[in-house]
Design a protein around this ligand. Structure first.
Ligand code: XMP
Length: 511
């Protein structure tokens, strides 16, 4: 990508690495995150305007503490060290880091030197978010202290001539009241950025790059109707028009009317769009299967098979396009986390067929940037603001064995739930919400009759990253309306429960 301006975030294992990158990009400055051991070669290659070191859980004086080569401070590129990043900078350049008797944690009053470019336009007293045990006890020669708190003698330091800056607190979290301004100051006052990175520019550059890469070749993309694959499709289609074919595999596990909606959105969009109705195949394979991981595996494999068959009908295909986004790219470097659920993504297909190459035009974007790009490209709002929907679809929301009857019950109930959440104006504030058909049956009474029917569970969560989530506080009157509508309008449900567990310990989906 030919961005004029780029900032490199060096990840020392801090929990806020992605957040820092988001905050930089909010200033219309493009930035990329690299783990500390790969950062120096990337910095040489990219020649960034600035470098930001994240925090991290280690102590700089531990033997295995993450480090990057000292020459990073001699390149003439401005550096901002945060928390661990600050301690690393201090120790490497001749200062001293010590362990404090007590951890300093939470919102803290801080006195800042407003003559420092970092604090331009701010008050002498600010509130910041502290979270550290180690602290800089002695600053390196040629540095000066530019902020302190009651317990922390060096809350920020600078070497103005060498453009090296550091803060002991987290400017990236919202608890630091003017954290945004501090980062803005670093980017614009220190690094000299101009903030020229916009989605319109991104789209223009990406379209040119895609055109150059693909030439006269043919591309296929597995379209799920989700935000990422839809935006990728729109972008590639702008670049190469009918050289792109989108294959939409309808596995029969979509929500009510979903298949038709996706088809309607894409059919007259100028790209080649193929809808494959494979529901019988999928449901056939899933017959009698109730174990969640088995269901996921079967769907993943069958998906690949269908996609492959359709791909062959197109003839030779040069490129496979995927809607991979930046968090997937950053996280895939993270190592061997335990497999909680084997996620099936329509994007996970590269091993399938022989392609010359992969096209992943969103691999540098965060989710909300993907939405912004979608809007920029003129995609309809309901596609751009879609909540996530898992690749295996309703198969993991019907507990136990899947039947067409159960799917029909769940579809109707889920549609009512979604409709009422939208009616209550909650569809943007609750990040994901859906119904789950449990395999539990209980006794109820309807009119004068005894019923023995299914329990439906409702799930709603608020989250930013979907890795942790809180259960959504849906108002009782909204829940009440949803409950009575579902029980009255959908046969075979006589009891409704609301899931009030967070993630962790629960997960968002039930299977
Ligand atoms: P869990 O249930 O793991 O879900 O807390 C986290 C987020 O991921 C979605 N999800 C999936 N998405 N393929 C996907 O593309 C999958 O197999 C899959 N399983 C879960 C889930 O809906 C939630 O947003």
């Amino acid at each position: 990508m030919d961005n004029k301006e780029v900032v490199v975030v060096v990840d020392f294992g801090g929990q806020y690495n992605q957040l820092i990158a988001r905050r930089v990009r909010e200033n219309h400055v493009y930035c990329e995150v690299y783990p500390y051991h790969k950062a120096v070669s990337k910095i040489k290659e990219l020649q960034p305007q600035g470098i930001i070191f994240t925090g991290g859980p280690a102590s700089v004086y531990e033997e295995k503490a993450p480090k990057i080569e000292e020459k990073v401070f001699q390149l003439g590129i401005p550096v901002l060290g945060l928390c661990y990043g600050m301690q690393f900078m201090a120790q490497t350049l001749g200062g001293e880091v010590e362990q404090a008797d007590m951890r300093e944690f939470g919102k803290t009053a801080i006195s800042v030197d407003t003559a420092s470019p970092l604090f331009k336009g701010l008050q002498e007293q600010e509130t910041v978010w502290m979270s550290h045990t180690d602290y800089v006890a002695k600053i390196p020669a040629d540095f000066e202290i530019i902020a302190h708190t009651e317990n922390c003698p060096v809350a920020a330091m600078q070497n103005k001539a060498k453009k090296l800056y550091a803060m002991q607190y987290h400017p990236e979290v919202l608890h630091t009241e003017h954290g945004k301004e501090m980062l803005h100051n670093f980017l614009f006052e220190v690094c000299g950025c101009t903030g020229s990175w916009t989605m319109a520019n991104y789209a223009k550059t990406a379209i040119n790059t895609i055109r150059k890469t693909i030439g006269n070749g043919k591309v296929v993309l597995a379209l799920s109707g989700g935000v990422d694959s839809s935006v990728a499709a729109a972008l590639i289609s702008k670049a190469v028009g009918s050289q792109l074919t989108c294959i939409f595999v309808d596995h029969g596990l979509l929500r009510k009317n979903e298949g038709d909606e996706v088809e309607a959105a894409f059919q007259n969009s100028g790209m080649k769009f193929v809808r494959v109705d494979a529901s019988d195949r999928f449901l056939g394979k899933l017959k009698g299967v109730s174990e969640p991981e088995r269901k996921r595996k079967i769907i993943g494999e069958e998906f690949i098979r269908v996609f492959e068959e359709e791909g062959r009908k197109i003839g030779t295909v040069d490129y496979l396009a995927q809607g991979t986004i930046y968090p997937d790219v950053i996280e895939s470097g993270a190592g061997d986390a335990a497999v909680i659920k084997s996620h099936h993504n329509v994007g996970g297909l590269p091993a399938v067929v022989d392609f010359k190459g992969l096209i992943e035009p969103l691999r540098n974007l965060f989710k909300d940037e993907v939405r912004e790009l979608g809007a920029e490209l003129g995609l309809p709002e309901y596609l751009v603001w879609r909540q996530p929907f898992p690749g295996p679809g309703l198969a993991i929301r019907v507990m136990g064995e899947i039947t067409t009857d159960k799917l029909a019950v769940l579809r109707d109930a889920d549609a009512i739930f979604r409709e009422e959440i939208a009616n209550a104006g909650l569809n943007r504030s609750i990040n994901q919400y859906f119904a789950v058909l449990t395999s539990n049956r209980t006794v109820g009474v309807m009119g004068d009759f005894r019923t023995y029917d299914y329990t439906l569970a409702l799930r709603g969560v608020t989250t930013t990253d979907f890795m942790t989530a809180d259960w959504a506080r849906i108002p009782y009157d909204v829940l009440d309306k949803i409950s009575s509508r579902i029980v009255n309008e959908v046969d075979h449900i006589n009891r409704i429960v609301y899931d009030i567990t967070s993630k962790p310990p629960a997960t968002i989906e039930w299977e």
